[in-house]
Design a protein around this ligand. Structure first.
Ligand SMILES: [Zn+2]
Length: 510
């Protein structure tokens, strides 16, 4: 994708100076940084725009241009000089906006300007001139810009340009589209597709504003998660259902937990360095809930637990219960396309039906869903390593604190149930899971003895003096699970001779 401004041709603003001959004598490099006031370090403002004007030696405007600050924080301005008036000068402004992804602006002034500069080519040409932009808007732009890059590469989805403004007079940060309609006066003028970042310390119990620091960086990535969900994942049908306030460790409702759980998950994957919630999601610290009005043991209504479930799907399979290591694009595709009973999924229970390609059990699970769906559909491409048991294990662990090793092992034994003396019978075991191993036993009335291994066994009796009943048993083992099945077999006496004579009603001959 192309996010940079094209290099515009230098615009000549006057044609009355044709008797002077201008010459480009080099470039002046403007390096744009801002002071991160939380870490007390200077950061490059890469990706922002610089608009500048060039003047001749008499201060008359000669050209202007807009350029994007490169990865090294630099913009170069061709130095102006002409043979009559000598070298000229320049001035410019710094804007926290790019072409296609992001615009940060001040809510009262509507301005995206975070700094300005000017200088003389006579002294600056060939030099790198440091320019410092203001902190707050620059930092929100920088972190949001990094989040957008990570989000696009991780989820393989992109949305249109987002408007972001910082606001003193709010008690929290939010994406307008994730709120009930018209709840916020800061949303109505700019429409719903706006992110508001809180710039007031202490208003929601946190000591800092949401600008700067690990929590602020998480908030930026969380709110962009809502904006991405709404515009790149086919709309967020679960938005607007959260109580206020709501909490990572609150038991609220299915819709809130889905909408906020995805935003929290996006917040964890969308921060470039040092995300504060990675370990919490890995450890599922928000389960069981300690707040909210719902069942604290029902993780399907806890946003932190839903985030932990999504997190485990796409992080490495680094825990004993975590066999899944799926790409973010798979999660994005499921959210985009998952339907139950023909409607978009609006809770993690619906998503689980699509992730595991099977409607989950509602007995003891998802108690707040009034009725279980009877059908589901999705059009994601399952990863090559997809495995239903892995998905179920993450669901049970993160949402209900249970261990799940897969469905219980079951085994059954085939016929025959009648043989004649001297006849060999072959029995075959069937299990619900592949990969089990088998041991076969017989009991003629004096205890079990082994007659073979493998998924089938062949065995028989010769020369019995009277008809007997023999029990045939198979024991199946897979991992830590065992299962067994047995059948009773009548072996008919044939008056001491092998083979089938077919002379009494009890005899069954082939
Ligand atoms: Zn949120």
């Amino acid at each position: 994708m192309k996010d940079e401004l094209p290099k515009l041709p230098m615009t000549s603003t006057s044609s009355s100076y044709q008797n002077t001959e201008s010459k480009i004598t080099g470039v002046t490099t403007i390096q744009v940084k801002y002071m991160n006031e939380i870490t007390q370090t200077l950061e490059l403002l890469s990706g922002a725009r610089v608009s500048y004007t060039v003047y001749d030696g008499l201060g008359r405007e000669r050209s202007s241009s807009t350029e994007v600050v490169d990865d090294n924080g630099n913009v170069t301005i061709p130095c102006y000089s002409d043979d009559i008036h000598g070298s000229g000068s320049y001035s410019g402004t710094i804007h926290v906006q790019d072409n296609y992804r992001l615009r940060v602006y001040h809510p009262q002034t509507g301005s995206d300007v975070v700094g300005s500069f000017s200088g003389e080519f006579a002294t600056d040409c060939g030099q790198q001139i440091p320019v410092q932009a203001s902190f707050k808007m620059s930092h929100v732009f920088k972190r949001m810009s990094q989040t957008i890059s990570k989000s696009r590469s991780f989820f393989q989805e992109q949305r249109g340009k987002i408007d972001v403004h910082i606001e003193w007079d709010v008690d929290n940060s939010f994406y307008c589209g994730s709120l009930p309609p018209f709840i916020s006066p800061w949303c109505s003028d700019g429409g719903d597709d706006v992110i508001v970042i809180k710039d007031r310390p202490g208003a929601d119990g946190y000591p800092d504003s949401h600008i700067g620091g690990p929590y602020g960086d998480f908030v930026v990535a969380h709110e962009y998660g809502h904006a991405m969900h709404a515009k790149a994942l086919g709309g967020n049908v679960a938005s607007g259902e959260c109580p206020s306030p709501h909490y990572l460790d609150g038991a609220h409702n299915l819709q809130c937990a889905f909408s906020e759980g995805f935003a929290n998950y996006h917040g964890a994957v969308g921060v470039k360095n040092g995300n504060i919630y990675v370990n919490d999601f890995e450890q599922n610290e928000f389960y069981p809930a300690v707040r909210g009005g719902g069942d604290p043991d029902d993780g399907s209504i806890i946003e932190g637990a839903v985030a932990a479930f999504l997190w485990d799907l796409t992080d490495p399979s680094n825990e004993s219960h975590d066999g899944a290591d799926y790409p973010g694009s798979y999660v994005a595709d499921i959210i985009k396309t998952c339907k139950t009973d023909g409607s978009r999924a609006n809770g993690v229970d619906h998503l689980i039906a699509c992730f595991q390609r099977q409607i989950p059990s509602y007995s003891g699970y998802f108690d707040t869903r009034s009725s279980s769906p009877s059908s589901f559909s999705e059009s994601a491409t399952e990863p090559g390593s997809w495995n239903r048991t892995d998905v179920k294990a993450l669901c049970r662990k993160n949402l209900y604190g249970e261990n799940y090793d897969g469905p219980p092992l079951t085994v059954s034994v085939s016929d025959p149930v009648n043989l004649d003396e001297g006849e060999q019978g072959t029995w075959t075991a069937s299990t619900n899971l592949s990969g089990a191993s088998y041991t076969w036993f017989a009991d003629e009335g004096a205890g079990w003895f082994q007659i073979g291994t493998g998924s089938s066994v062949t065995w028989g009796k010769d020369f019995i003096s009277s008809t007997i009943t023999v029990d045939i048993k198979v024991e199946a083992v897979k991992g830590s699970e065992t299962a067994s099945a047995q059948t009773s077999v009548i072996i008919n006496n044939n008056d001491g001779g092998g083979g089938c004579n077919g002379v009494t009603p009890n005899q069954i001959c082939p």
